[in-house]
Ligand binder design. Structure first.
Ligand SMILES: Nc1ncnc2c1ncn2[C@@H]1O[C@H](COP(=O)(O)OP(=O)(O)OP(=O)(O)O)[C@@H](O)[C@H]1O
Length: 811
């Protein structure tokens, strides 16, 4: 049962005062803890290096922990406490427990719990209780606060008889959920910790292990629930997850910025947020490929393509004028160069390795089944062995033909090393088996039409697919390239000999610095006064900056294994992108949230099972969210018509909101009005209607630039902070996952036609609105938007008017 604000203002004031007193006490405690942590951090920093390396590590760990705690305490300032639950009285009439629920847990000086963390088991009834199954709750109370002041309370009473007479009179409130949903949008997603619904709570508190798929229509809170799940998992499994980290993968940088505040406001700031285009360290891909190319690059046949591309770079010499022969082993014959021996001319002497020997060495190197760059060592060593022997044999008769061979194994080893220093030798061997980075492999391949054709044929690609891959050298990396780079990195491996040597050198330098420092201390007498440790003095000479956090280390390391990975808008990920994501979570502990009905990418998912079952090993669990918290019912009805046409097997979610203005269609192109005249006027009109809220103009992919040019004051999606602007122009793809008070969709017919997934794109576009939807079109409205055409009229020539209610521009 939910009760509305009581008429008894005295009781209401009394209740607010009582809650204010409690909330004030909580903030005082928060302030005290902040001060104490700040003092402790300062003391840790002041400790200095006392007892060598172990103490240094201990100090760093403590200061890390204190800094993390301080940032957590800073992050929870707003809405520290947002709820309270009252439990049923015991049978003997003793008062039932009252628990206050907040962003973090707090204890008072005598270690009594005064605030329960929302993720703790004790807080669960706050989210799980429903009128049908209230458990032992008699009341759930939402507290509204602003700047530490209690501004309102909402009560849901499950057992009126369980409350005293005074308590019954002080029942107050408007439904907290609807109040939260009606707030204007700010371009940043807010946390929903005070109003999590029970179906979302089930998702948030699901177990850590296995692949949890959360399928739900637009606005069902998948994103926001997934982020709260990250915070919940970090709280419940802190030991495991803090060491390995949590990764959240989102569709683009604009979206990541949109959600970026949620976790810090829940006291969690050490989570890595990344797009697929950023998953490969050193590359930040934002460019996109044409549809056909995206489809090819996302398909699993790219596994064979990358394998064939690597094999193509393991060559044997071929006749001059033709490229080195590059058959790809298991993929059959490649370029048809004629057979040739390897010949390298050095100081007037030509060193030679037979074609057959080259072939045998290459095949043996391949048969090691090591990554290309690691197997290269074997290839180079064997080739040098034959070159050195040839050199020795040529030198030998020059000395004294009567003498037996004068060279031995030591000489040969020396000769091999000397040969490797010779530029022509390096060049000759590099041509046959080069040291490759993933970037070099793919850049060389894409830019070489003949190589794409050869390698593509070996990988079983059609002519059209091969053509889609070719592009000029130096083109920017695209999002679809990143999984291919990752795949290539696996096959190429790293020859880490240099890195190991670098680490050995660094270790030696550090030991030298410490020895030197020891000498300085002894010389100056500081050592005897125990003023300072040599390691601390050495440390001051090596300023490595603050130690990196788990998130920073994870982000920089391609092979990092995360403790848990959350993928949002997961329907957009291609089969290749999933391979990349799965490499980052060998334990397969994932939360995958998305909506199959919104898939826009030609390489995206058509079914969760077919995409994920190969990785989940029978541990795939699916939850469904069915209530739409974003889109008012009238707008959702328009979107549902589109869904019924393009994905009749999918159910639209049910809107919880019945407010908002009626959606409308505006036709341009008649009476001489053009989009250029009408759109700026419509935008101005809508901005007036939404006040401080946010507006988006959603365009077909092909006309984004053209439409953006009509609205010079609006932001376009070039920068992640575009949503800070009151008006933004986005393509359908870029609008995924976002929401706005007012949405203007331009040319729905063109959106429909832009790809085979165009109907899904239109569905996405129509469901971004929280209050107002306008569809602007010059071409006839698609039949599936028939509901709008009943209220359609041409764009007005004169000053536009805003109607208070009913369809605007109605016929
Ligand atoms: N329990 C809740 N309390 C308050 N607001 C909520 C709740 N659940 C969802 N919302 C709000 O509803 C809106 C939609 O949520 P969200 O973006 O997470 O949906 P989604 O399912 O990811 O949508 P889409 O599929 O369109 O990306 C957000 O503004 C979110 O804050």
């Amino acid at each position: 049962m939910e009760l509305r604000q009581s008429d008894d203002d005295g009781a209401w004031t009394h209740a607010i005062r009582a809650e204010q007193a409690y909330v004030t006490r909580l903030y005082e405690r928060l302030d005290a803890l902040r001060q104490r942590t700040r003092d402790a951090l300062r003391a840790t920093h002041a400790e200095g290096g006392r007892a060598g390396y172990a103490a240094l590590m201990d100090r760093e760990a403590r200061s890390d922990e204190q800094a993390r705690r301080l940032s957590q305490l800073a992050g929870v300032e707003n809405g520290l406490c947002f709820g309270r639950i009252d439990h049923r009285r015991d049978r003997d009439g003793a008062t039932g427990d009252t628990l206050y629920i907040g962003r973090i847990g707090l204890r008072d000086e005598s270690h009594e719990t005064i605030l329960v963390d929302w993720r703790a088991p004790a807080a669960r009834p706050f989210y799980a209780a429903t009128p049908a199954s209230p458990g032992d709750l008699i009341r759930r109370r939402h507290l509204h606060t602003r700047d530490r002041v209690v501004t309102g309370i909402d009560d849901e009473v499950f057992d009126l008889d369980g409350l005293s007479g005074t308590e019954q009179r002080s029942l107050v409130g408007e439904a907290a959920l609807l109040a939260a949903l009606r707030q204007g949008r700010t371009g940043r997603m807010n946390d929903i910790v005070a109003t999590i619904q029970s179906e979302q709570d089930r998702v948030i508190r699901s177990q850590l292990q296995g692949v949890l798929v959360v399928q739900g229509g637009p606005g069902t809170g998948k994103t926001v629930a997934a982020l709260h799940r990250a915070a919940y998992l970090l709280y419940t499994h802190r030991g495991t997850l803090e060491r390995r980290g949590v990764l959240v993968v989102g569709p683009n940088p604009t979206f990541l910025r949109y959600i970026g505040r949620v976790l810090p406001s829940l006291g969690e700031s050490d989570v890595v947020l990344s797009t697929v285009g950023e998953l490969y360290p050193g590359v930040r891909a934002t460019a996109t490929d044409p549809m056909a190319t995206t489809a090819v690059k996302g398909s699993e046949s790219m596994v064979d393509l990358v394998r064939a591309a690597v094999a193509d770079r393991q060559r044997v010499p071929s006749t001059p004028g033709m490229s080195a022969e590059a058959d790809s082993g298991s993929h059959g014959q490649g370029a048809s160069g004629g057979e040739r021996d390897l010949e390298i001319t050095l100081g007037g002497m030509t060193l030679r390795v037979d074609h057959a020997d080259c072939l045998a060495i290459r095949d043996r190197a391949r048969s090691l089944r090591l990554p290309h760059n690691v197997a290269r060592k074997f290839f180079v060593t064997e080739m040098l062995r034959l070159l050195a022997r040839d050199q020795a044999e040529q030198l030998d008769p020059m000395l004294d033909p009567a003498e037996p061979a004068y060279y031995d194994e030591t000489d040969l080893a020396y000769m091999r090393a000397a040969l490797w220093q010779q530029e022509p030798v390096r060049r000759g061997l590099d041509e046959l088996w080069p040291l490759l980075t993933p970037q070099r492999l793919l850049e060389d391949l894409y830019a070489d039409e003949a190589a794409v054709a050869r390698v593509g044929a070996n990988a079983g690609l059609s002519d059209a697919q091969r053509e889609a891959l070719h592009r000029p050298f130096g083109s920017p990396w695209t999002v679809a390239d990143v999984p291919l780079l990752d795949e290539a990195a696996e096959l190429l491996g790293e020859d880490d000999a240099e890195e190991r040597a670098r680490r050995r050198r660094a270790e030696r330098d550090r030991a030298d610095a410490e020895r030197y420092a020891q000498g300085v201390l002894e010389f100056t007498g500081l050592f005897e006064e125990s003023m300072m440790e040599a390691s601390a003095l050495a440390e001051r000479h090596v300023d490595s900056g603050p130690p990196p956090s788990t998130a920073e280390r994870a982000e920089a390391d391609r092979t990092w294994a995360y403790g848990h990975v959350i993928v949002d808008e997961a329907q957009e990920l291609s089969a290749m992108a999933w391979r990349t994501v799965m490499r980052r979570v060998p334990t397969r502990s994932l939360t995958v949230v998305g909506d199959i009905a919104q898939t826009g990418s030609p390489a995206g998912a058509r079914s969760w099972r077919s995409m994920l079952a190969p990785y989940a090993h029978g541990r795939l669990h699916e939850e469904r969210l069915v209530v739409n918290y974003r889109t008012p019912a009238q707008i959702m009805a328009v979107a549902a018509d589109v869904l019924a046409e393009v994905a009749p097997d999918q159910q639209p979610p049910e809107s919880v909101r019945d407010d908002g203005d009626p959606p409308r269609a505006v036709r341009v192109g008649r009476d001489g009005t053009t989009l250029a005249d009408a759109l700026p006027r419509l935008v101005a009109e809508e901005l007036t209607a939404i006040g401080d809220g946010r507006l988006v103009v959603i365009t077909p992919d092909t006309s984004h630039a053209e439409v953006a040019a009509l609205l010079p004051d609006a932001a376009s999606d070039a920068t992640p902070d575009a949503l800070d602007s009151p008006a933004t122009v986005l393509t359908t793809t870029r609008s995924k996952g976002l929401e706005f008070d007012s949405v203007i969709v331009v040319e729905p017919g063109e959106i429909l036609a832009q790809s085979p997934q165009g109907g899904h794109d239109l569905y996405v576009a129509l469901t971004r609105a929280t209050r107002r939807l306008t569809v602007v079109h010059e071409d006839p409205l698609p039949g599936m938007l028939g509901r709008l055409s009943r209220h359609e009229r041409s764009a007005p020539g004169g000053p536009p008017c805003v109607e208070e209610s009913g369809p605007r521009f109605s016929a």
